[in-house]
Design a protein around this ligand. Structure first.
Ligand code: DX5
Ligand code: ZN
Length: 212
């Protein structure tokens, strides 16, 4: 299991130290939740703070955009050159165009589904993305309870990926801990995002080991 700690649950007053702590671990990516206060009822950080995080982090960045106006915001985050740049299917009309804008800049595009959105909506999108992020909580906040129907969705999505013979990763985000991680593995999830579980533990590396 690849592990992506979500910086949303870090102590923002000690952001540099928190990033340094993660640099010392063997986590695979650093997950960054960008929220605009419109698509979700919360505001986090904009591109300026993400640029500071990017400078300090030794881990590849995995940016999760929870914004309404994807086309407007995307250039700011393309300039930061993350490994993955993902946006919500529910937020964008011109999905194919946006995916290609991201890919043309040498960044791996990802598409995100809210808990109520079916994997079937990806039929003509899946072939163009490197990553599908399945939200296992309603986006906006860390520390919520895992929505278990997302596991069923992951199984169906895995079948679609195999049927189309694609090289696309499945990521899950929200309410993930050492108690439910095995179910994610069985459902075919490749990357687990985890905020509260990792940052709420005394030893980040130990928490990451348990998730693996
Ligand atoms: C929620 C965010 C998640 C969140 C996960 O909107 O997308 O990345 O930080 O945090 P936990 O693991 O605490 O649910
Ligand atoms: Zn996220």
């Amino acid at each position: 299991m690849l592990v992506a700690p979500s910086i949303l649950s870090a102590d923002f007053g000690r952001l540099n130290e928190e990033i340094d702590e993660l640099n010392k671990t063997d986590c695979d990516y650093l997950h960054i939740d960008v929220m605009d206060g419109h698509f979700v009822p919360n505001l986090t950080f904009g591109n300026t703070i993400v640029e500071i995080i990017a400078k300090r982090s030794k881990k590849p960045l995995d940016i999760h955009l929870m914004v309404e106006n994807v086309g407007f915001f995307i250039d700011y985050f393309i300039d930061i050159k993350p490994e993955f740049l993902s946006f919500h299917i529910e937020a964008e009309r011109h999905i194919n165009r946006t995916i290609h804008r991201i890919r043309d800049c040498g960044i791996k595009p990802g598409i995100v589904l809210n808990p109520h959105t079916s994997q079937e909506s990806l039929e003509y999108i899946l072939r163009y993305v490197d990553l599908v992020l399945l939200m296992s909580v309603n986006p906006g906040f860390g520390g919520q309870n895992f929505i278990s129907s997302t596991l069923e969705k992951a199984i169906k999505l895995k079948e679609m990926i195999e049927e189309q013979n694609l090289d696309c990763l499945i990521q899950m985000d929200g309410g993930i801990n050492d108690k439910n991680i095995n179910m994610l593995k069985e459902a075919g999830v490749d990357i687990a995002v985890s905020g509260h579980y990792i940052f709420g533990s005394k030893n980040y590396q130990k928490a990451i080991n348990l998730l693996r």
